[in-house]
Design a binder for this molecule. Sequence first.
Ligand code: COA
Length: 334
Amino acid sequence: MSKVTAAITAIGGYVPEYVLTNAELEKMVDTTDEWITSRTGIKERRILKGEGLGTSDLAVPAVQDMLRKRGIQAEDIELLICATTTPDHQFPATANIICDKLGAKNAFGYDISAACSGFIYALVTGSKFIESGQYKKVVVVGADKMSSIIDYTDRATCVIFGDGAGAVLLEPDTEGYGIRDSILRSDGSGRVYLHQKAGGSVKPASHKTVDAGEHYVFQDGQPVFKFAVTNMADVSAEIMEKNKLGADDVAWLVPHQANKRIIDATARRMGVGPEKVMLNIERYGNTTSGTIPLCLWDYEKQLHKGDNLILAAFGGGFTWGSVWVKWRLEAGRL
Ligand code: COA
């Protein structure tokens, strides 16, 4: 019997309606459209508005979109893994809430926390359940309501992040399509540059921590930028070398959308031209776990069966990695 791989057989996405433009941010903090565009490549981002709505409310429509495209029901899902940095609650896992809201009665679920690398960590984890033969329908959803942990008076972070979710379905394949290889890395010493100071067990939330704004994202942008450029580019080149893939063999780079300059540096290092780089940062900003599946969602009509995709991410932790995917769908269809 030929080896079983985990193929992506459907994609779904969801971004909330509200568009937060650079022009609106100019009125909120001391910044300019020119600064934001030239430093990050971002023009606008989506924000989930509404009392009582959380990350699961971004993930559910993304998974429903994916189920509709594949023509299956929520009851058919066996496992749902949610990558998120902004879970609905500290516990229970957002994956459980998503399953409940979907009516995925036969699924078990759990969350993966790896900041901006969350989606690729979850994708690789999900693929192992397919490769083992234990499950046949695994959903991986990357979702983040970043607006829930952003300080909209801090110009250094509020211009970068947005809300959104993307989901993929993994199913077994015996023709070599799907997740072919991955390199995942982490270095916890990087936590000092990018973290949330309070709200966890080290510093539980209190009046004092809230008054100090410690429930918001803290980022020391320049070191994060330097680590991201080096590591995302290195790991993308490494997975190509490991699998003897030349620049001509790669159809698409699917990069985490943190900063256009980091993406450009990664593409240069891989030797692939801008025409092969998926980019939607200008419309959504950095949606953390959502960026990579939202790129696949946006570009799926342009993807062909057999295309080699390199997924690459870098995020808080630090976490980073790359995944080689041989694309199974033809213009979005099986
Ligand atoms: N508008 C105008 N000026 C701003 C600004 C904004 N939105 N944000 C910061 N600045 C200012 C700073 O205050 C600083 O001013 P100063 O020189 O007077 O002190 C100046 O711009 C340069 O700041 P710096 O942080 O050095 O800018 P940068 O070129 O490093 O760009 C980031 C800032 C955040 C865009 C960049 O560091 C970055 O993208 N880092 C990685 C972020 C990332 O990827 N995070 C997610 C991890 S996946």
